[in-house]
Design a protein around this ligand. Structure first.
Ligand code: C5P
Length: 237
């Protein structure tokens, strides 16, 4: 895997045309394009094929499925049938898919959204021992592991502890990535690309810091450089 293969760009736009333009612009710099709820709901499932034809080598369909088992299984079958490399569900529900053929797609368990911090977990009613995001992330990562997920989504701040728990092979995908001096937006648990990779992330997800940059190509290249630096810190040559 090259540093570029580890950069996932979030196509958080609401038309297939905008998504295609971004894929054409960024395909040389980005390993994986993420189709999330906004684009999927606005543009429909056929957007996946359009993103592929515009040049995406790999597609992450991030629907964060969460429902009763029968609905989850039917939705996951349909999602995997679109021909994507990665799909997500909430980690506590990953067991529902244990025996399913997802057409070769890797299943990732979303642990705790990177927009949530201790205050939100407390307000949501979690007991004191699970109000620390890392404790809840680890609890859910072990559920995902037991359910046979290929990996999890968590913030860079938990990447080291999750790597320790899941071992060397697991995918650890970290959103909430910001350049050292960048704007944080609605994210709470943020980290730079370099630090996330050094801590054990296998991939980073980046949306606004690339999409709203004056020069998105240069911003993506800077992310890839950060990834390479983080990898070098992890295993010095
Ligand atoms: O714009 P920004 O870089 O904050 O985008 C982050 C992307 O990562 C969004 O598409 C969001 O849905 C996704 N994500 C996240 N936290 C998670 C899982 C996915 O922010 N736990």
């Amino acid at each position: 895997m090259t540093p570029r293969d580890r950069l996932i760009f979030a196509l958080d736009v609401d038309t297939a045309d905008q998504a295609e333009n971004l894929v054409r612009l960024l395909a040389p710099e980005v390993g994986v394009f993420k189709v999330g709820l906004e684009l999927f709901v606005s543009a429909g499932p056929e957007v996946v094929g359009r993103v592929r034809r515009a040049g995406a080598k790999a597609i992450f369909l991030d629907l964060k499925l969460h429902d009763i088992p029968a609905t989850m299984r039917a939705a996951a079958r349909a999602a995997a049938g679109l021909g994507v490399e990665l799909i997500t569900c909430h980690a506590d529900q990953a067991g529902i898919f244990e025996d399913m053929d997802l057409h070769g797609a890797s299943l990732l368990g979303v642990t705790v959204l990177t927009s949530l911090g201790a205050d939100e977990l407390k307000a949501m009613g979690y007991p004191p021992e699970l109000q620390d995001p890392q404790a809840l992330v680890l609890r859910r990562a072990s559920l995902a592991l037991a359910a046979g997920c290929s990996g999890v989504v968590c913030s860079g701040r938990e990447a080291a502890a999750v790597r320790n728990l899941l071992g060397t092979e697991a995918l650890i995908i970290c959103p909430g990535i910001r350049p050292a001096s960048g704007e944080v937006h609605d994210q709470k648990r943020v980290m730079t690309p370099q630090r996330a990779l050094a801590a054990g992330a296998s991939h980073i997800v980046v949306g606004r810091p690339i999409r709203t940059a004056p020069d998105p190509v240069a911003a993506a290249q800077a992310m890839v450089q950060g990834i390479a630096q983080g990898l070098a810190e992890r295993s010095p040559a």
